[in-house]
Design a protein around this ligand. Structure first.
Ligand code: SMG
Ligand code: MG
Length: 368
């Protein structure tokens, strides 16, 4: 394929309710979308960088800048381009995995649409629908949390994930267990909010039969997670620490985690995400699909990824209405706790023109 240009498009998507984590509160997603135009087809990419560099070092304005000044121009040198070539072509630019992932995603979508191949089949999907969990933010009270969890269980979600932080951990977990019982699949996500000094406190979560505790320590403290894993009965899952297939192999070998949350943006793309899946499978480590409040575009790709064989735990692949009143694609609707894997070529979905126009705050055409 010949890439003729890339459109950077910013969309502003208000959340149906504030989403609070240990690092901040999201009320509106300011999303950077990419539209890759080639001589054979067009493709869409979604950059998962948040507005501020609080989940990781990337942030949406920085991603747009590095794409505009470095990453998109770097692809001009390639007369013919396929998705496998994108990340290697950008290797000399350090970091910016979420920006690189979005560019690879757009080129991959265009390539697959041109070939009439669904992303799920390209990645190695073995399922036609995936079981869906839901991520529940930190709330103002335990009562408010219990009402939210009740609503999600009613909606059919098969797994509940609670955001935790110091001062909001044991009590909400205990309340959910007491209200909904021991059979509900339940896990927690700290987003790096604790230190090894909190080990004894975190061990107080062990009696609640959690599936996992996600990223309790700093993303760079792999050895700390290995030491914590020797203390806790609850399995440790890493998110922010896993930035590539190699970092997954290292973390597993060091005993830092026994479960991995895979987010394609965090690891530099869907092709690397498949490699993370393969490395984890080789070590017998289960994985699940994480989320970054994606629009239907990223959601479609995450659902395709979640259909790979090693994704044996429900992911944060929630329905569109978990976050958005109106999605920019036909909405993903939960059916018996599952979402269907798209079967059309490429991502299998594309933006609805009117819905996209209604939330677009700016476009920037980058010709090659
Ligand atoms: C704004 S918080 C984004 C990162 C967070 N993501 C979620 O909790 C799931 C979000 C989703 O359902 O897309 C995580 O650390 O796993
Ligand atoms: Mg997480």
């Amino acid at each position: 394929m010949k890439l003729t240009g890339v459109e950077l498009r910013r969309v502003r998507m208000p959340l149906v309710a504030p989403f609070r984590t240990s690092f901040g509160v999201e009320t509106t997603r300011d999303v950077l979308l990419l539209r890759a135009v080639t001589d054979e087809a067009e493709g869409w990419g979604e950059c998962v960088a948040l507005t501020d560099p609080l989940y990781s070092s990337e942030y949406v304005d920085g991603a747009a800048d590095v794409l505009r000044r470095y990453l998109v121009p770097a692809l001009a040198a390639h007369e013919r381009l396929d998705a496998n070539m994108v990340v290697p072509a950008l290797h000399r630019f350090k970091g910016h995995r979420m920006a690189k992932a979005a560019l690879e995603m757009a080129v991959l979508d265009a390539e697959l649409r041109a070939a009439g191949r669904p992303l799920a089949r390209e990645l190695g999907a073995v399922r036609e629908r995936v079981p869906c969990g839901v991520s529940v933010g930190i709330m103002g009270s335990v009562g408010e949390l219990l009402d939210a969890v009740d609503g999600y269980l009613e909606a059919g979600y098969v797994r509940i994930k609670l955001k935790i932080q110091p001062g909001w951990d044991v009590e909400p977990v205990r309340a959910v267990r007491e209200r909904f019982g021991d059979d509900v699949l339940l896990q927690v996500d700290a987003n790096t909010a604790y230190t090894l000094a909190d080990a004894r406190h975190l061990a107080r979560l062990d009696p609640f039969g959690l599936l996992l505790i996600e990223q309790p320590l700093d993303e760079e403290d792999v050895l700390g997670h290995a030491e914590l894993a020797r203390t806790l009965a609850t399995p440790i899952c890493l998110d922010e620490s896993i930035t590539s297939a190699k970092s997954a192999a290292d973390a597993i070998r060091l005993g830092a985690c026994s479960i991995v949350n895979i987010k394609p943006g965090r690891v530099g793309g869907y092709l690397e995400a498949r490699r993370v899946h393969d490395v984890c499978a080789a070590h017998g480590v289960p994985v699940w699909a994480g989320g970054m409040l994606e629009t239907g575009l990223g959601r479609a790709a995450n659902v395709a990824l979640a259909a790979l064989p090693g994704f044996t735990l429900p992911g944060d692949t929630s329905a569109s209405d978990r976050y958005y009143r109106t999605d920019i694609t036909p909405p993903f609707v939960l059916e018996d706790g599952h979402l269907p894997v798209p079967t059309a070529p490429g991502l299998g979905v594309e933006p609805l023109p009117d819905a996209l126009a209604a939330v677009t705050t700016g476009t920037d055409w980058l010709p090659l």
